[in-house]
Design a protein around this ligand. Sequence first.
Ligand SMILES: *Cc1c(COP(=O)(O)O)cnc(C)c1O
Length: 359
Amino acid sequence: MLDIRTKTSLSEIVSYPLGESLEEIKQKYHLQAVRKMSDNENVYGCSEQVKEAIINNSHSLYLYPDGTTAMLKNKLAEHYKIDKNHILIGNGSEEIIRLLTRAYINQNDEAIMADITFPRYDTNVRIEGGTCIKVPLSNGKHDLETMHAKINKHTKMVFICNPNNPTGTITGKQQLLSFIDEIPKQTLIVLDEAYYEYVASDNYLQSVPLLKHYPNLIILRTFSKIYGIAGLRIGYGLMNEEIIKEINKVKDVFNVNHLAQSAALAALNDQSFVQQCARKNKAEIEYVSEKLTEWDISFFPSETNFLYIYSQLPLSAKLIENGLVVRQMKYNGFNDALRITLGKREDNEAFLAVVKEMI
Ligand SMILES: *Cc1c(COP(=O)(O)O)cnc(C)c1O
């Protein structure tokens, strides 16, 4: 044992369970092929324009990337009709979560979040010595009333994942708006909208116009999901420029690599790719949801490219044996819960075939 102490907060933290590699799963279950349906990536890949941009930009790899990410900020400012000073680009939106906690969480500060949500909020708050206040989901959705009731003078951040990962659900437009309106000025509201582009519901709050009314509001979005460039690591936050000024003190100088910046620019330019993916995904979500309903398998209604399913049947073990790699979860009172990223029709048929066999 090394006799070197880490910072105190690390003693309670376990590293993220990355799970077995696809190769290991193939060997373990003697499979020819596996379908990766575990990490919510875009099964349709990315725009052809992105691939071109990467080739065209490969000549300047010897240079450090633009630490100010100016071109992409300009493009996003135009896209959203907001001031470029309200945009922060990160090495994935996960980096923005980390930078926020790094800059704002002090020992004994509190952060409120759902009990079943994106796990990086919890980990990053605790690394900085903060305390997480977890509020159970209500029927797969954020319980905004209880979350609000937990706010006190120590509350530094409130995390709302909308749509929520892993449940795929959204919070109602009016409820979320009233919630944001009632958050004290000294508490940051982190609205994680990683799956924004997939949402089809009319009951979804359009958050960008709220930025000018709520200086404590932070919106997170990413190029990892519908834009299909998770492998490049790039995401962004929209927020008040005073917050960005503080974050710039803790940010790595060249946090976003050159190819990622170029690829994101090209990705934003191809909105028809995004719309096509959203449309195809919606058809798949509806198709799979209908079958599951018909077979009496419980799941939450999803506005994303994944479904959260809970059952007394050992579904996830059976799926993995059949080469369908899903994310196993826990859900109170059920033997099994899983999150499955929807694929193309043939992937989804393979999934449904396994489930049908078990009912
Ligand atoms: C995938 C995901 C992210 C992280 O995305 P990156 O931009 O790849 O870091 C953030 N929040 C939620 C809810 C996600 O599902």
